[in-house]
Design a binder for this molecule. Structure first.
Ligand SMILES: *[C@@H]1O[C@H](CO)[C@@H](O)[C@H](O)[C@H]1NC(C)=O
Ligand SMILES: *[C@@H]1O[C@H](CO)[C@@H](O)[C@H](O)[C@H]1NC(C)=O
Ligand SMILES: *[C@@H]1O[C@H](CO)[C@@H](O)[C@H](O)[C@H]1NC(C)=O
Ligand SMILES: *[C@@H]1O[C@H](CO)[C@@H](O)[C@H](O)[C@H]1NC(C)=O
Ligand SMILES: *[C@@H]1O[C@H](CO)[C@@H](O)[C@H](O)[C@H]1NC(C)=O
Ligand SMILES: *[C@@H]1O[C@H](CO)[C@@H](O)[C@H](O)[C@H]1NC(C)=O
Ligand SMILES: *[C@@H]1O[C@H](CO)[C@@H](O)[C@H](O)[C@H]1NC(C)=O
Ligand SMILES: *[C@@H]1O[C@H](CO)[C@@H](O)[C@H](O)[C@H]1NC(C)=O
Ligand SMILES: *[C@@H]1O[C@H](CO)[C@@H](O)[C@H](O)[C@H]1NC(C)=O
Ligand SMILES: *[C@@H]1O[C@H](CO)[C@@H](O)[C@H](O)[C@H]1NC(C)=O
Ligand SMILES: CC(=O)N[C@H]1CO[C@H](CO)[C@@H](O)[C@@H]1O
Ligand SMILES: CC(=O)N[C@H]1CO[C@H](CO)[C@@H](O)[C@@H]1O
Length: 553
């Protein structure tokens, strides 16, 4: 649910790094160049599928082999789709027949294990209480992926309940999926809560993955896994049959290796849905022919002549908890954006200090969770333990040994249950209005309006909280890495490496609601000028490549 910026406050542990960086290139077989799956883009895959160099069945096989090769080390996938090969085979038959439904035709995508599918896969949020539960139909996100021709390859592990259960857990841990690790340093914190989606995309276990965000859960794992992540405006992507935290803040978006790939996936996801009425606020909801073309928005010159803000006061207040390599890389990024033709101005969040002292944000999430969890549970067509609300969910969790209670406590739920009132209470409205002020006039929306800027920049570590309050969009792009001689720091629980040599970090572009196409353009212009993703390779990457699979058959 939320991101932490306090790594600088945690005790430092000295470990010596001996990471060597192997080169990864494509493979040539019979004179044909096969793309390397850690770098491959959607356009590379489409070219190979079109030319018959490989099939979707080959792709699914290669990705599954890569998952099987690495899962016992990184624990990042909880379910493989037993139907994936037959779906890929249908996609191949259609393509052979001249039918390609869209750019994602036959392309494997992983989805977070809180996005439901009406198939053999479980949807659990990482809790044993939901293993074996069933939904009446696909979530709209899964349905939209299938409509676009994608092959849903499997489900990724996550911080349990999207990091909305415990004050003493670790990012990427769920009872059902175990502890996910990231791939840039041994034992690396994958961040969360879309942890498995982040690691899987970063090391090429699928073209891209879906994550969900309430406050930071797409942006933060994209940040530390060297990825592009798009946190869309709340309502641009339907939440129907996604295990919720908060209807006012939850959103679903892509995590991919390039801005353009993320744009392709967003194109398939975005749109109105009869099952989630927040989507009726999409400006083009009544005229889908006016849907933006997020891929065409990838324009190298999109920063030219734009006014771009920097939330200087946030940097001043939170900068003291932020490591020097991140701050230095950020200032360099600001210069590069200026050199790309933008005018840079201060765009301060005027109520930022007041927000830090205020508890209304917590009240809103707790009230939403009480209502929205019960609503999700009521949608199930099979509910193995008959759990209907948070009180019962807490009972289950505290008494089921694999849920690791009390070491992983239920403090977040205890607080929500103690609060007692949900989002139908008269107490909800004033708390929510206060949130809208901190995110709106006193936050990102006010900053954009007052300074007449098209986007505001922050290091991604500092970016999620304020846009979360108003449901406005953010995109993160790789910005750099901790240096090779960086001293390792651990997370609060002491079981994960928070920062260390070669750990990546990103730059966030924050915009007005529904401004995704603009943000994608800016992010693309920055990405293409800097190409930071390519500078460092993970310490751990699966060996199996597409060429091995095609060569073997
Ligand atoms: C291929 O196209 C033909 C003619 O439209 C159709 O009858 C057939 O079912 C198609 N096969 C597949 C596998 O899509
Ligand atoms: C879903 O959970 C059931 C019960 O544990 C398990 O038997 C099944 O294999 C799971 N499905 C997948 C696709 O992993
Ligand atoms: C969505 O529907 C609910 C209940 O039907 C209603 O209370 C709410 O105002 C609607 N929201 C929007 C954004 O239309
Ligand atoms: C779409 O049409 C409905 C019904 O006419 C209307 O209530 C809604 O405001 C319209 N939405 C937008 C974004 O224009
Ligand atoms: C923004 O905040 C910084 C740091 O607090 C301050 O120095 C600067 O003057 C502010 N800019 C504007 C335009 O208010
Ligand atoms: C919520 O905001 C109101 C209005 O500013 C304030 O009086 C109240 O103390 C805040 N509640 C919490 C829990 O911080
Ligand atoms: C929300 O609160 C109201 C008023 O207390 C109550 O009637 C309703 O059952 C609650 N809903 C949920 C899902 O707990
Ligand atoms: C929780 O479990 C206790 C002990 O089994 C039981 O008395 C209580 O009714 C349960 N509460 C809920 C909300 O299920
Ligand atoms: C948090 O978990 C750790 C590791 O299991 C344990 O040592 C510690 O006592 C726990 N803290 C609390 C407050 O329960
Ligand atoms: C790490 O390397 C940089 C550049 O070589 C150097 O300036 C810095 O002092 C080194 N830091 C440590 C902790 O050794
Ligand atoms: C998807 C999956 O769980 N694959 C494998 C993960 O690793 C274990 C142990 O190596 C295998 O037994 C699984 O099949
Ligand atoms: C596919 C996968 O990684 N499965 C692992 C999930 O986590 C549990 C608990 O750590 C492991 O036993 C599985 O192998």
């Amino acid at each position: 649910m939320r991101t932490t910026i306090v790594t600088a406050l945690l005790g430092a542990v000295s470990l010596v790094s001996s990471i060597t960086v192997p080169p990864y290139t494509g493979t040539i077989i019979k004179g044909q160049q096969f793309p390397s799956l850690i770098d491959v883009t959607l356009e590379d895959l489409s070219t190979g599928l079109e030319s018959g160099l490989f099939t979707s069945v080959d792709l699914v096989t290669a990705y599954m082999d890569r998952i099987n090769e690495i899962n016992s080390t990184l624990h990042l996938v909880t379910e493989l789709n037993p139907d994936a090969l037959s779906i890929a085979s249908q996609a191949d038959a259609m393509r052979a027949n001249g039918t390609v439904v869209g750019p994602l035709h036959g392309i494997p995508i992983l989805i977070k294990n809180n996005i439901a599918t009406a198939d053999a896969m479980n949807n659990t949020a990482g809790s044993f209480s939901l293993v074996g539960s069933e939904v009446p139909r696909d979530s709209t996100m899964a349905a939209n992926l299938r409509k676009a021709g994608a092959v849903i390859l499997g489900k990724t592990n996550l911080s349990q309940w999207a990091n909305y259960r415990s004050d003493n857990s670790s990012n990427g841990w769920s009872a059902y999926g175990g502890q996910t690790y990231a791939a840039y340093y041994p034992g690396q914190d994958p961040s969360g809560s879309s942890s498995g989606s982040g690691v899987a995309s970063s090391i090429g276990l699928s073209l891209a993955a879906l994550g969900t965000e309430t406050s930071g859960s797409i942006l933060s794992p994209s940040d530390v896994n060297n990825l592009v992540g798009i946190k869309p405006t709340v309502g641009l992507t339907s939440r129907y049959l996604v295990i919720p935290i908060s209807e006012h803040q939850d959103t679903i978006g892509p995590m991919a290796r390039t801005v353009k790939d993320a744009a392709y996936v967003l194109q398939a996801l975005a749109g109105p849905d009869q099952y989630d009425n927040y989507t009726s606020a999409i400006p083009w909801a009544n005229d889908t022919s006016a849907k933006p073309d997020y891929v065409a928005a990838c324009d190298y010159n999109s920063l030219a002549g734009k006014r771009i803000g920097v939330a200087r006061n946030v940097l001043e207040i939170w900068g003291r908890y932020t490591d020097a390599p991140v701050l230095d890389a950020f200032e360099e990024a600001v210069s590069q954006i200026e050199a790309a033709g933008a005018t840079i101005v201060d765009a301060n969040f005027t109520a930022f200090e007041a927000w830090q002292e205020d508890g209304n944000g917590t009240l809103v999430l707790q009230a939403d969770f009480l209502s929205n969890l019960a609503n999700y549970l009521s949608e199930l067509t099979e509910n193995p333990y008959g759990i209907e609300n948070l009180a019962e969910e807490r009972n289950f969790t505290q008494s089921f040994p694999a849920e690791a209670y009390p070491s992983r406590d239920t403090a977040v739920w205890d607080s929500a249950l103690e609060q007692g009132w949900n989002n139908t209470s008269p107490k909800f409205w004033p708390a929510y209005q206060q949130n809208l002020y901190y995110g709106g006039e006193g936050g990102i929306l006010g900053a954009l309006a007052r300074t007449n800027t098209s986007a505001v920049l922050l290091p991604t570590q500092l970016s999620p909280s304020i846009p979360a309050l108003v449901g406005s969009p953010v995109i993160t792009v790789p910005m750099g890495f901790y240096p090779a001689n960086w001293t390792v720091t651990m997370n609060a629980r002491g079981n994960l490496v928070s920062t260390g040599p070669h750990v990546p970090f990103g730059l966030s572009f924050m915009g007005a609601k529904w401004s995704e196409a603009d943000l994608i353009g800016f992010a693309y212009a920055y990405e293409q000028r800097t190409r930071h993703r390519e500078e460092v390779q993970p310490y751990l990457v699966p060996n199996i490549e597409l060429a091995d699979v095609v060569g073997a058959s």
